[in-house]
Design a protein around this ligand. Structure first.
Ligand code: NAP
Length: 273
């Protein structure tokens, strides 16, 4: 039985482990302030084997929705009785809608990346050759949206080659494998969806992966990763993942509240601008 009553402030959380570093509470507080929405957004850190129980309890107490981050995106996918087409394609959920009879799961990572690339960075995707590094939850979420944006070629490589092969096999026309696939070929866009930057590591890519006028995009945000430094060294235009972080949050906010917040001021503030 839910304890939610209509006069309560609507409550949302980001669920992860660890979650203390998350910028989502600040981003959603800014969105709520700018759009005049009465909502509260906090953090939930269940034990690694306690995702479903934590969401059940939050939902029972009137929680209306959640973002899901590492390592629970696949657990969230299994939790939801209803899924959007993009969550189904990703086999991962980063946005939960809990105020329906059945929990609904969506994935906004891909649309967040594509919107950052197109709208904020002015990147043309149609007809472009794209290399995706990594095959974890973040990579899973962006394959279908990149394909839908009209790219000409999408290659996925990963340290554990079998994971990239399995991910690519789910989509028509996508090639997947280990870094040895990169023996030749240059790409207009190289997206680093690995967690390598968080431990100061550079995925083993040769400089020739960057075509002339390429963009190197690292999903990690808020720091200069070895991938970004490597691209800069080879005079390649770079972007970190701050814009994607803010755009995927805006899409979740739209799903929950029916209003799309502006993202520019929040993005600038996160970048210290
Ligand atoms: P994940 O599911 O744990 O996957 C991690 C991926 O990184 C795997 O493909 C893994 O390869 C690879 N990897 C880890 N360390 C590596 C290394 N030293 N060298 C090469 N590859 C390495 O994590 P995720 O959810 O996909 O997240 C990946 C990154 O994206 C994280 O840093 C996260 O913060 C970021 N992210 C950003 C946004 C945003 O909005 N900007 C959204 C989602 C995620 P193996 O399969 O071989 O282990």
């Amino acid at each position: 039985m839910r304890s939610y009553t209509k006069d309560m402030t609507d409550r949302y959380v980001v669920i992860g482990n660890p979650v203390g570093h998350s910028k989502s509470p600040w981003i959603h507080a800014e969105f709520a302030r700018a759009t005049g929405q009465d909502m509260d957004y906090g953090c939930l850190e269940p034990p690694l084997d306690g995702f479903a129980e934590a969401v059940d309890a939050f939902r029972a107490s009137g929680g209306r929705g959640a973002n899901v981050t590492l390592p629970f995106k696949q657990a969230a996918f299994r939790y939801c009785a209803e899924l959007s087409a993009r969550a189904r394609a990703a086999e991962a959920v980063n946005t939960l809608v809990l105020d329906r009879s059945a929990a609904f799961g969506d994935n906004t990572d891909g649309v967040g990346l594509v919107r950052d690339l197109r709208t904020n960075l002015g990147c043309v995707l149609e007809g472009r050759r794209v290399l995706l590094l990594g095959a974890g939850g973040a990579a899973q979420g962006v394959v279908q949206p990149l394909l839908e944006s009209g790219v000409a070629l999408l290659v996925v490589v990963n340290r554990t080659a079998a994971r990239a092969r399995a991910l690519a096999a789910r989509f028509k026309g996508v090639r997947g494998g280990g870094y040895d696939l990169l023996e030749d070929g240059a790409f207009d866009l190289v997206v680093n969806a690995t967690a390598a930057g968080l431990v100061g590591a550079l995925p083993p890519i040769p400089p020739r992966v960057f075509a002339r006028d390429a963009l190197a995009y690292d999903m990690v945000y808020g720091c200069e990763t070895p991938f970004l430094a490597f691209a800069r060294e080879h005079r390649v235009r770079v972007s970190d993942g701050t814009g994607m972080l803010v755009e995927q949050a805006a899409e979740s906010f739209l799903i929950w509240r029916g209003v799309r917040p502006r993202t520019d001021a929040v993005r600038d503030a996160l970048r210290g601008g």
